[in-house]
Design a binder for this molecule. Structure first.
Ligand SMILES: C[S@@+](CC[C@H](N)C(=O)[O-])C[C@H]1O[C@@H](n2cnc3c(N)ncnc32)[C@H](O)[C@@H]1O
Length: 254
């Protein structure tokens, strides 16, 4: 069966809450942390700068106080023995880890994404990002020889904070099998979805921004995946309308 995908323009936690319990094999995600706001105020990132000239001001941050609800939903939707990878910055990882543990996850270690080239920062220039590696139940990694440092250059001129497909491909290969369902509740440009479908997995994702959904859909289709049933969603908060995909019935494809 060719890989399929489903996308919803919706808040991450609300979307996860609508997925059936135990319906997803792997979650890989990358929320926009509130620490970005701090870095913006001291000039160590331009990511959320308000500027007509830049591609920023694209998304609002996801506050740390929502982690408990988010992680509880991630835990609920995962199958009994499954992995969860959380991209974080070096500040947020210390906040996120104990909260994820408190909802039931076993924390193994931070993996390092080595970007191969220095970025911004005044206290040692930033060259890495941490990926927290959590487990629900017990699941064996596909290849026990893979190191905990994953090297891949950062994406230039992509979606704000876009992650390389190459990094996600390692995680998809290690923690899922062809035909499995991979989920990302903060889909952005769909990089993790592209890694999933390129590896023969199905993908479901959500993002609060219609523009992200449009970009992710294009990328997933270009990667050869077929979109599942679509519908028009009404977003009560903004009054906006956005096209999304139903992400129900995952047990049919999982
Ligand atoms: C850091 S970006 C993800 C980038 C993605 N990993 C990629 O490689 O392109 C975070 C995304 O979360 C979305 N977002 C912000 N708040 C959200 C929320 N409450 N629910 C769902 N998505 C949200 C933003 O619109 C943004 O696209």
């Amino acid at each position: 069966m060719a890989p399929t995908f489903g996308l919803c323009c919706e808040d991450a936690v609300g979307w996860l809450a609508r997925l059936p319990a135990g319906s997803v094999d792997l979650v890989i995600t990358d929320p926009p942390y509130e620490s970005l706001e701090k870095h913006r105020s001291v000039g160590t990132t331009t990511r959320l700068k308000h500027s007509k000239a830049s591609s920023n001001d694209w998304f609002s941050v996801f506050p740390n106080v929502r982690f408990a609800n988010l992680f509880a939903q991630v835990y609920r939707v995962l199958k009994r023995d499954a992995h969860f990878y959380l991209f974080t910055d070096p500040e947020t990882m210390f906040v996120a880890k104990p909260i994820a543990e408190s909802v039931g996850f076993k924390f193994w270690k931070p993996l390092i994404w080595d970007k191969k080239w220095i970025g911004m920062g005044y206290h040692y220039r930033a060259r890495y990002e941490a990926i927290l590696f959590f487990e629900k139940g017990r699941r064996r990694l596909a290849n026990l020889g893979v190191p905990d440092i994953i090297e891949a250059p950062r994406v230039h001129r992509g979606y704000p904070t876009e992650k390389p497909v190459a990094v996600a491909s390692v995680l998809v290969g290690q923690s899922s099998c062809p035909g499995n369902v991979v989920a990302d509740p903060f889909v952005g440009s769909g990089a993790f979805g592209v890694a999933a479908v390129a590896g023969g997995r199905h993908f479901v994702g959500a993002d609060i921004k219609p523009e992200a959904i449009r970009i992710a859909r294009e990328r997933l289709e270009s990667a050869g995946a077929r979109e599942r049933e679509t519908l028009v969603l009404h977003l009560p908060e903004s009054g906006a309308r956005a096209v999304g995909s139903v992400a129900f019935g995952l047990d049919e494809i999982g």
